[in-house]
Ligand binder design. Structure first.
Ligand code: XMP
Length: 327
């Protein structure tokens, strides 16, 4: 039997009971597969890798080595949450790699979106490889592959899968959620006790804020974007109907603003932040949901307080003709 094919008899995991049964079964299988060997996992903090981490912690405890690479393009609070949940609450063996300068230095002056993606992807693998090389006795590499990844046969999903590593290091793969759909992974994550904002996290691209800080990334514009994104996530995330994806982009354009110094109007150049929210089923096409004007104004009032920002725009473009991301 091809173990990459979901059996027709496999019940859809829609309840806490079914999730519990899945967890018990997987934990037993993982114990059997891994024994007392060590497993390495790139833990991004996304729902897939987080669920894999939580399952493995249950099965093998400290023999799981999680590596969280902070490439500087994560959203506000994300690296801190990974440390809090996995190291402090779950007592995981977690290696936190602060690679912010390394990534941002490599990206300096690079404006082409595909070049940016390539640099981020390659650098990620390099950092992860370096960490892997420092460790002794690793036999397995765990990955948060899910069933749609197999169906789409994309193989290497930017950032989630660490391409090439299994062959290079002779690692055997551990993919405990590879037959699950995303909604099932979330039910399992909830049952494993992961926090809601991790379990119901909106899709976030591998290259992270890197493709939302349009053009050549600069640290000041990236910081402004991170702050604006946190505001938008909080306000739109509190709406009765939460869109599929909602975030900010910051184009590499400045426009005139005015501030008052001692009652005197002074003109200056500042950044414009773009608010983007979309609904979609498969990300191939996307529509733009209505956002109450009051909420838009509330976000605007907070965003213009961010240093360097003097304008807020709402992107009402659908896909097609625009893509969801700005790059
Ligand atoms: P676009 O912009 O192509 O985005 O309409 C469709 C969906 O894909 C996500 N996206 C990415 N995800 N690596 C990823 O892992 C990427 O390079 C990437 N680019 C776009 C985007 O967030 C949206 O959900």
């Amino acid at each position: 039997m091809d173990n990459n094919v979901r059996p027709e008899t496999m019940e859809r995991i829609v309840s806490s009971e079914l999730a519990k049964a899945f967890i018990d079964e997987q934990v037993a299988l993982l114990k059997e597969q891994i024994g007392d060997k060590k497993v390495l996992l790139a833990l991004s903090g996304g729902v897939d890798s987080s669920v894999v981490a939580a399952l493995l912690i249950k099965a093998i405890g400290k023999n799981l080595v999680c590596v969280h690479v902070n490439h500087g393009l994560l959203r506000k609070g994300e690296p801190e949450q990974v440390i809090e949940v996995f190291r402090n609450q779950m007592d995981a063996n977690l290696i936190y790699v602060d690679a912010v300068d390394r990534f941002l230095d490599k990206l300096a002056g690079v404006a082409d979106p595909e070049q940016k993606r390539k640099i981020i992807g390659e650098e990620f693998i390099r950092v992860f490889e370096e960490e892997a090389m420092k460790l002794d006795g690793i036999k397995f590499l765990a990955q948060g592959t899910i069933y749609p990844d197999i169906l789409e046969s994309v193989g290497v999903k930017a950032h989630h899968n660490v391409g090439g590593l299994p062959e290079k290091f002779g690692f055997e793969l551990v993919e405990p959620v590879k037959l699950l759909y995303k909604d099932e992974v979330r039910v399992v994550g909830k049952e494993l006790g992961l926090p809601d904002n991790m379990v119901y996290r909106q899709p976030f691209p591998g290259p992270g804020l890197g493709v939302r800080c349009v053009g050549a990334i600069t640290r000041d514009r990236l910081e402004a974007l991170r702050e604006a994104d946190a505001i938008v996530r909080e306000e739109i995330g509190a709406l009765p109907e939460v869109p599929w994806q909602y975030f900010c982009a910051i184009p590499d354009v400045q426009s005139t603003g005015i501030k008052y110094v001692d009652g005197q109007g002074v003109r200056y150049m500042g950044w414009a932040v773009v608010i983007r929210a979309v609904n979609t089923v498969d990300a191939v096409t996307a529509t733009v949901p209505e956002i109450p004007f009051k909420v838009l104004c509330s976000m605007r009032d907070k965003i213009v307080k961010i240093p360097g920002v003097n304008r807020v725009l709402w992107d009402i473009s659908e896909k097609p003709v625009a893509t969801i991301e700005w790059e």
